[in-house]
Write a protein that binds this ligand. Structure first.
Ligand code: NAD
Ligand code: MG
Length: 382
């Protein structure tokens, strides 16, 4: 039996992770859960999975939560620090981090500090502080397993050869809802259109990131850190059907792809069961039924966020944390209908240009850059 903590259990990845655990109940026990504010869903999860302890960041919902779980002997922590306390104090083999955004960074670091295995969906943590997280994991002997579908695909494909035989990776992107939309009309798209992702059901932030291709920008940086790649070894290709989740090209010319119908349950389960595989509760892939798989070169003029991602990956330093923070604020403003869709990448670019670049940032530099980028982006919104 393995003990699992799921952070961000009320979100899109978090609920899929619980579905996976439900299917593998004989092998995995949920010992901890964390949520930001959705106390009602957290209550249902406590009643079903009976974790030893949970964290509810927004403490104002504590009474409501307690009333819904009167019979349960669950320890409930609240407040910002409660996520890290949960990680430090619960005995777990693996922590799935499905928190969205920069809020996931302290949690990722805490998991590594305690030497637990980190199954990471929260790519923003690596984008912000990959230069700290990766060496720390190595030093503490903590394993980081990718949950992001593209990175899980690369991780799985890399198992076909030796690490030094890898020539390059190709990250696939669905292209989002505006793949075929004319560039000059992008500034007019509505929030509702941007939230309609063609192939994946996800949280709001990553859905907007997928529409701007900022998600791919974040994934380039994520891949660089996770697999210790040079930016020149990372390519992106648009693949609207989202069947091939990414590919690895080896030095002999062999290209290994990982495929499957789009479902986050596959990469989540692989991170849980690695290095083994278990029966999955997913639909089979029927290639004849699909008939066609298509591929297109990404258009960086139309989707400037992608270019920003390549640049930030190449320049390194504080560019990743700045790109992420500016993007989080800009996406929130777009969700609140305060800016146009095309303003998101423009704002991010502007703030990256303006910020005080630090080449090899420590944690303090990273937090300062994050804070600066948020304030500067908000200033630009006024
Ligand atoms: P979501 O918005 O559906 O869920 C986010 C979760 O994080 C919720 O449980 C919420 O309670 C929690 N949370 C939010 N703010 C928090 C805070 N300040 N402190 C603690 N917890 C907080 O998001 P999602 O779509 O599930 O994405 C989660 C992460 O996984 C993101 O980093 C995303 O990029 C990544 N990811 C998601 C998918 C997907 O299919 N949804 C795929 C690949 C990677
Ligand atoms: Mg992804």
């Amino acid at each position: 039996m393995k003990n699992v903590i799921i952070l961000g259990s009320t979100g899109s990845v978090g609920t899929s992770a619980l579905e996976v655990v439900r299917n593998l109940r004989h092998q995995y026990k949920v010992v901890g859960l964390s949520a930001n504010s959705r106390w009602d869903l957290l209550a249902e999860q406590i009643n079903e999975f009976e974790p030893k302890s949970v964290s509810l960041v927004e403490g104002k919902w504590l009474d409501d939560l307690q009333k819904k779980v009167p019979e349960k002997s669950v320890r409930i922590r609240t407040g910002k620090e409660s996520v890290c306390e949960l990680i430090a104090q619960e005995d777990a083999d693996i922590v799935i981090s499905a928190i969205v955004g920069a809020a996931g960074l302290p949690a990722a670091i805490e998991v590594i500090k305690t030497g637990k295995t980190l199954a990471l969906a929260n790519k923003e943590a690596l984008v912000m502080a990959g230069n700290i997280i990766m060496p720390m994991a190595k030093e503490r002997g903590a394993q980081i397993l990718p949950v992001d579908s593209e990175h899980s695909a690369i991780f799985q494909a890399m198992m076909a050869g030796n690490r030094n035989e890898v020539k390059r990776v190709v990250i696939t992107a669905s292209g989002g809802p505006f793949c075929n939309h004319p560039k000059e009309k992008l500034s007019q798209v509505t929030l509702e259109e941007a939230l309609k992702h063609p192939t994946w059901q996800m949280g709001q932030k990553i859905t907007i990131d997928s529409a701007t291709l900022m998600n791919k920008a974040l994934e380039i940086i994520e891949a660089k850190w996770l697999f210790n790649l040079d930016t020149t070894q990372i390519d992106v290709i648009i693949h609207p059907e989202s069947i091939i989740h990414s590919l690895v090209e080896f030095c002999d010319g062999s290209v290994i792809a990982q495929m499957g119908l789009p479902s986050m349950k596959v990469p989540i389960q692989f991170a849980l069961t690695y290095p083994h595989r278990e029966n999955g509760n997913v639909q089979n892939l029927d290639l004849a039924k699909l008939a066609n798989l298509t591929f297109l070169q990404p258009d960086m003029d139309k989707f400037p966020a992608l270019k920003l991602g390549y640049e930030a990956a190449k320049e390194g330093g504080t560019n990743g944390v700045t790109l992420n923070a500016a993007n989080e604020v800009a996406v929130q403003a777009f969700l609140e209908r305060k800016i146009k869709f095309t303003d998101i990448a423009k704002l991010v670019d502007k703030v990256i240009q303006k910020h005080n670049f630090v080449q090899d940032p420590d944690m303090k530099d990273i937090m300062l850059a994050d804070d600066y980028a948020r304030k500067e982006t908000k200033k630009c919104l006024l």
